[in-house]
Design a protein around this ligand. Structure first.
Ligand SMILES: *Cc1c(COP(=O)(O)O)cnc(C)c1O
Length: 368
């Protein structure tokens, strides 16, 4: 079997050591004679897992004391409605920055609960950039941002100095770079892009923001209930939390967020350099807003896209086909993807470009 290089956009690649430990725990968790899949979430052993995961999140992201760290279910998509249900109902309106597919999904859900102002949109240029010049009305309940646009391949590098609470979907770049949690009142992320396997959603919320909810909310949508029950109001996603813990231990062992950020920068630079150098590929995102997690590009002649896809797939490259509504290619460079995989991909892109060069020069000699 060819070695696989997994550039998939999510669920993401996890470090081999994490997979091995997770696999062992499925059979016999720490010599307990039980599988991690069958232990009680109320057992002392699991309570220490959930506590440790929480502490790792706090440590790795430098989460201040006055923020709560919660583990929920339903993916980031459930947050699209849960956030306005909590923080928009009973308020004037909420502001959203429209930077692409997932931002739009968040906007659509929010309109079910109240008035939504779209402060700016990059839809005019196919979401190839992130608007950074916009006016924010003072009476909005919050401003919603998407820090990394997974499908379009753009990322926010300067967060606004906002006077209103900032809510941010960090699903696809959390733990990939340093952030200042204090810049936000509410952060959420589906686990499966950089934190662990699917099934868990991370929420980091400022306690005072949670207290602004002034109306009754169903228990399973009430952040305060999760906070007051240490994320165990009901059965939490035990396995997903456990594997996330293993992955965060791994992250800490490779230098934490700061350490991985340096590697992530290297990986992205290497790939963008080849895209910019290559006569046959073109990046689709504005250079200033290029994502370090999801790199989007096309071939200049779109007819060669299936050909490159096959060329790469034959060499063990997995998950680079662009999102179904966007086309082209999307290469995801999540934390666990080694630099060597990017070096390999760049080599394959180079070889393909050389091949095309020869074919093109042949065309010139060939009679029409
Ligand atoms: C993947 C993704 C989502 C959706 O996450 P689910 O956990 O599948 O609901 C939302 N926002 C962003 C930025 C994403 O990358």
């Amino acid at each position: 079997m060819t070695t696989k290089h997994n550039f998939g956009a999510g669920p993401c690649i996890l470090p081999p050591s994490v997979m091995e430990q997770a696999a062992k725990a499925v059979i016999n968790w720490g010599d307990s004679g039980l599988s991690i899949l069958e232990i009680s979430h109320r057992s002392a052993e699991f309570e220490s897992v959930i506590l440790k995961t929480q502490l790792l999140v706090r440590e790795l992201l430098n989460v201040p004391e006055n923020y709560s760290v919660l583990f929920l279910q339903g993916g980031a998509s459930t947050q699209f409605s849960m956030i306005p249900l909590n923080f928009l109902v009973g308020k004037q309106k909420a502001a959203y920055l429209d930077t692409g597919y997932f931002a739009q999904k968040a906007i659509k859900e929010a309109t079910l609960f109240g008035e939504v102002t779209i402060v700016a949109s990059s839809g005019d240029k196919g979401y190839a950039y992130v608007p950074d010049n916009y006016n924010l009305e003072k009476d909005v309940a919050y401003l919603h941002l998407t820090s990394n646009n997974t499908i379009e391949g753009t990322e926010i590098f300067d967060f606004p100095n906002s006077s209103v609470p900032v809510v941010c979907d960090m699903s696809s770049d959390i733990f990939s770079r340093k952030i200042n949690v204090r810049d936000f009142d509410f952060i959420y992320a589906g686990a499966q892009k950089n934190m662990g396997p699917a099934g868990m959603t991370l929420v980091i919320a400022k306690n005072s923001f949670l207290e602004t909810v002034g109306h009754p909310v169903p228990a399973m949508s009430d952040y305060r209930i999760f906070r007051d029950n240490q994320s165990m109001y009901n059965t939490p996603p035990v396995f997903s939390i456990y594997v996330s813990m293993l992955n965060l231990i791994w992250l800490k062992s490779v230098g934490g967020v700061e350490g991985i950020e340096a590697v992530n920068k290297k990986k992205a630079e290497l790939l963008y350099r080849e895209i910019d150098r290559s006569p046959i590929f073109t990046g689709t995102a504005n250079v200033a807003h290029r994502s370090r997690m999801n790199v989007t590009f096309r071939t200049n002649d779109q007819l060669t896209e299936p050909e490159f896809l096959k060329f790469a797939t034959d060499r063990g490259i997995v998950g680079i086909k662009g999102y179904r509504t966007v086309g082209g290619f999307r290469v995801s460079l999540y934390n666990a993807l080694p630099l060597s995989s990017v070096e390999f991909l760049v080599q394959v892109m180079y070889e393909f470009a050389e091949l095309k060069k020869d074919v093109n020069s042949l065309k010139i000699i060939k009679p029409a």
